[in-house]
Each structure stands twice: as structure tokens, then as C-alpha cells.
Design a protein around this ligand. Structure first.
Ligand SMILES: [Fe+2]
Ligand SMILES: [Fe+2]
Length: 457
């Protein structure tokens, strides 16, 4: 068995190495892949998958360490390590095409330390079906844990970036780019898990959470819009850094509750241009990201700031940030403003549509979040109170709801997921319907990602 194992990996390594030397159709690239597929076949006689992992710098196939390293094997391991792939799983049914595409992926991927969700997304897009990647050889992390890690990482990136600017340093644009790529991957993979986290509103550290939330919301809108990946990332980075220019303003001005004086407002109005200047010094920043940061308060009807000249052409993606920015600000409690529910926020935004906000995007936002966005507390016709845990079919279908409180208002021991399509056999009518939203402040705070995790577990 050991020699067969070594053979599998040796062929992979050889094909990878030869890809760097010959055209992809060359026999020296293709033949090792075919041999690899042949060597794999006997393993699947009594198992459905085969795990290849790198642990402590040693390549391990199905628990058997491979010590005889050839140069092609070393190259193979180095590529796995550089991309950030600790474990690769070959499934029964793996084809020569799967292996070939996987080798191509290893060869062509130039990014270092790619997040697993993104690797998965890329492989899926390429049509690789029977080769899986995981974070570790152990259990895969569930989406909610992963989403939380990704959110937390983006938050750290923002904190670091703003701190750098305050200290007169230029933030590392590659970090923002990477954080947004991770979030984008997670939005495509499990939008609800990622959106649920935007409900984190931290009053003291408003700017940090706000920046990450605007990025996630913009990514969700960008995806519903069907933007290409590069554009989605550019929009997401703009969301993450849209208020970076505020670091140039006095802290007590940013935190000032209530209305600003005319002079103070003139100060605030400088932050988009300041942001534009800061982004200009950063690496890995797309040109359109810069313009969007400059334009995020210009408004759809061009009445905002900095006031555009009549012939100035605005980047349409600036309107995406504007709707995300508005939605997150409205749903956040500030010292001078109570937090609106998502419905109230969307209602206000509908009134702004065509004025400060792009009407199409307001509609799209509503569609991409659903009528009852994830995290909305709802009262059902049974008088039970639940929380929306998912928005299927782009918000058009019935939302998924988990009941948290029974009809008398007593909390359930564990949230109970219910199907709103389920009907009462005696009357044929739906057993439960949503009557309306409930003010979340009337109930003890609910960790939506905790609920989601309980339901998925
Ligand atoms: Fe702003
Ligand atoms: Fe903002």
C-alpha cells in the first residue's frame, strides 16, 4: 500500500512540475495524471474517500507519512502550503479531468494563504467535483463558525488600517483585499450565515463594525447584481474602507451625538476626499474602489458631498455602498437615534429612493435581504415569537423561522425550526403565518448565529 500511496503523490507532483515546463496537453503533463488516477482506483475498493494532508511539514496520505521526497514531491507540498491547503480529499469517482484541473489549480494559483471557502468556490467553478479541500484533516468547520472567524478577521483588518492611518502609516491594502475575498466567498457559499453577523452592532466601536457590515451588505448586493468577481471585490473593499478618511477628523467630532454645527459638518464632509487620498497610497487597491470611496456621499441625485461638477461621471458602484451604508446606519442604535428594525429601515430607504438612493438598488437590496431579513424577530399567527434564520429564493419565498418563545412568551429550551409552508391537515391552511415583526428590544438579546448553529447541529 505504501508504494501505491507514494505513487499517487509522485504522479501528482510530476504533473505539476511538468506543467511549469511543457504545454498543458503535453504527454509529460497528461500521462502522470492518468497514472495517478490508476493508482488511486484500488483504494476506492473499500473506502469512499482518501485524505491527503500536510502535517508538521510532512505529506501524509491516509495516515501514511511519505518520507522519500523527490523534487517534484517537494514542489507539490510547497504549492499546497503556499496556497494554504492543509488537506485534500479525493472521493470515489474522481476522474482524470478532476485531477488535471486540480493540478492546474495548484499551478496557476498565485495567491498565498487563500481562505478555504474561496478555494472551494474556485474549484467548484472550474468544475472539479470529486476533489474536496478542508481546513484540517479533522471535521470541517461549519459555516457559522467559519463566517464568524471571517467577520472577526475583517474587523481586525479595519481596526489595524484605521490605527495605521492615525499613526501616519499607510495601511496594507493586501490585508483588506484578502479579508474581503474571504467574506465574498462566504456570502456566495452561505449568505445567511454571513448576513446574520451584520446584526452585530457595537455602539462604542461603531466605525469598525459599521465598516465590516457595509462591506458584507455591499457584497450581498453586488452578488445579486451579478457583478463579476473582480468588481465584487472592488465594491467590498470600498465598503470596508469607505469611512477610512474619518481617521483624519478629531475623534470627539466623529463620536459627537446629535446634530452638528455648520463648521463641524464642513469638517465631516472632508472624509470622502481624505479616504480617496489614503487609498491612493495603498497597494492592492482597485482604481474603482478609490472613486467609490470618494463618491459614497455624493448621492444618487448628486446633491451630496463632495458636490460633483455637472459633467462628473459617477461610478455606479458608489450607489451600492450608499444603500449598504444607509441600511447599516439606520439599523444601528446611536446615542441620538434608536435602532430601526430592518423593515423600518427599508421603508425609510424606499422614501429615499430616487432622491439620495438609487431606486433600483433599494429594490435590489430588499430582494437580496428578503422582506424579513435574517435576524428579524417575527410574531406568528400562533402567537409564538421567532427569528428569521434564512431567506430562500432571493427573498421571494417564505423565510425560514426558528421559534424562540411559545405563545405565552416563555423561552423555549432550544430554538425550534419550523416550516411555514406546512399546512394544518384539518383546514388545509398554513399552520403558521407571519403576522408581523416584533420589536427585538422587547425580548432578551438573541445570538442569531447561535440559533443558526443550534439548528444546523
Ligand atoms: Fe462616510
Ligand atoms: Fe459609513
Amino acid at each position: 500500500m505504501e508504494s501505491a500511496i507514494a505513487g499517487v503523490v509522485r504522479h501528482l507532483g510530476a504533473s505539476l512540475k511538468n506543467r511549469g515546463l511543457y504545454p498543458p496537453t503535453h504527454p509529460l503533463v497528461r500521462t502522470p495524471v492518468e497514472k495517478c488516477r490508476m493508482e488511486l482506483a484500488p483504494f476506492f475498493a473499500d473506502r469512499s474517500e482518501l485524505a491527503l494532508t500536510v502535517s508538521d511539514g510532512t505529506l501524509v496520505l491516509e495516515g501514511v507519512p511519505i518520507f522519500q521526497l523527490t523534487s517534484s514531491l517537494e514542489l507539490f507540498m510547497a504549492r499546497l502550503g503556499a496556497i494554504g491547503l492543509p488537506a485534500v480529499i479525493f472521493e470515489r469517482g474522481v476522474s482524470v479531468e478532476d485531477i488535471e484541473l486540480f493540478v492546474r489549480f495548484l499551478h496557476e494559483t498565485k495567491e498565498q494563504g487563500l481562505p478555504i471557502p474561496q478555494i472551494k468556490e474556485r474549484l467548484a467553478r472550474w468544475g472539479v467535483t470529486h476533489i474536496r479541500v478542508t481546513a484540517t484533516e479533522e471535521e470541517e468547520k461549519d459555516d457559522f463558525t467559519l463566517a464568524r472567524e471571517i467577520y472577526g478577521n475583517a474587523l481586525n483588518v479595519v481596526v489595524r488600517a484605521l490605527k495605521d492611518v492615525r499613526n501616519g502609516k499607510t495601511p496594507d491594502g493586501a490585508e483588506s483585499d484578502r479579508a474581503v475575498r474571504e467574506m465574498s466567498g462566504m456570502v456566495s457559499r452561505n449568505r445567511d450565515a454571513m448576513l446574520a453577523l451584520t446584526l452585530i452592532k457595537n455602539f462604542d466601536e461603531y466605525t469598525y463594525n459599521h465598516s465590516v457590515n457595509v462591506s458584507v451588505l455591499s457584497l450581498a448586493v453586488a452578488e445579486t447584481l451579478g457583478l463579476a468577481e473582480t468588481e465584487r471585490i472592488a465594491v467590498g473593499v470600498a465598503g470596508l474602507l469607505h469611512d477610512v478618511g474619518k481617521t483624519q477628523l478629531a475623534l470627539d467630532l466623529i463620536r459627537k451625538p446629535g446634530t452638528l454645527t455648520v463648521e463641524e459638518f464642513e469638517e465631516i464632509k472632508k472624509h470622502p476626499e481624505e479616504g480617496f487620498a489614503i487609498l491612493g497610497k495603498m497597494t492592492h487597491i482597485h482604481e474603482s474602489t478609490r472613486s467609490v470611496v470618494r463618491e459614497h456621499h455624493m448621492r444618487f441625485d448628486r446633491t451630496g458631498y463632495p458636490r460633483p461638477e455637472p459633467e462628473y461621471r459617477m461610478n455606479p458602484h458608489s450607489y451600492v455602498i450608499a444603500v449598504a451604508d444607509c441600511y447599516d446606519a439606520l439599523t444601528t442604535m446611536r446615542s441620538y437615534q434608536k435602532a430601526r428594525t430592518p423593515q423600518q429601515a427599508l421603508e425609510i430607504m424606499r422614501k429615499l429612493a430616487g432622491k439620495s438612493l438609487d431606486p433600483d438598488l433599494v429594490e435590489l437590496m430588499e430582494r437580496s435581504l428578503g422582506i424579513y431579513p435574517v435576524g428579524t424577530m417575527v410574531r406568528l399567527s400562533t402567537m409564538e415569537v421567532g427569528v428569521v434564520t434564512g431567506t430562500p429564493d432571493g427573498g421571494k419565498g417564505e423565510p425560514k423561522v426558528a421559534i424562540l418563545f411559545d405563545r405565552s412568551g416563555n423561552p423555549l429550551a432550544t430554538p425550534q425550526g419550523v416550516d411555514l409552508k406546512e399546512s394544518d391537515p384539518s383546514s388545509g391552511r398554513p399552520r403558521r403565518m407571519i403576522l408581523g415583526t416584533v420589536n427585538p428590544l422587547m425580548h432578551p438579546p438573541v445570538s442569531i448565529s447561535g440559533v443558526l448553529q443550534t439548528l444546523s447541529g
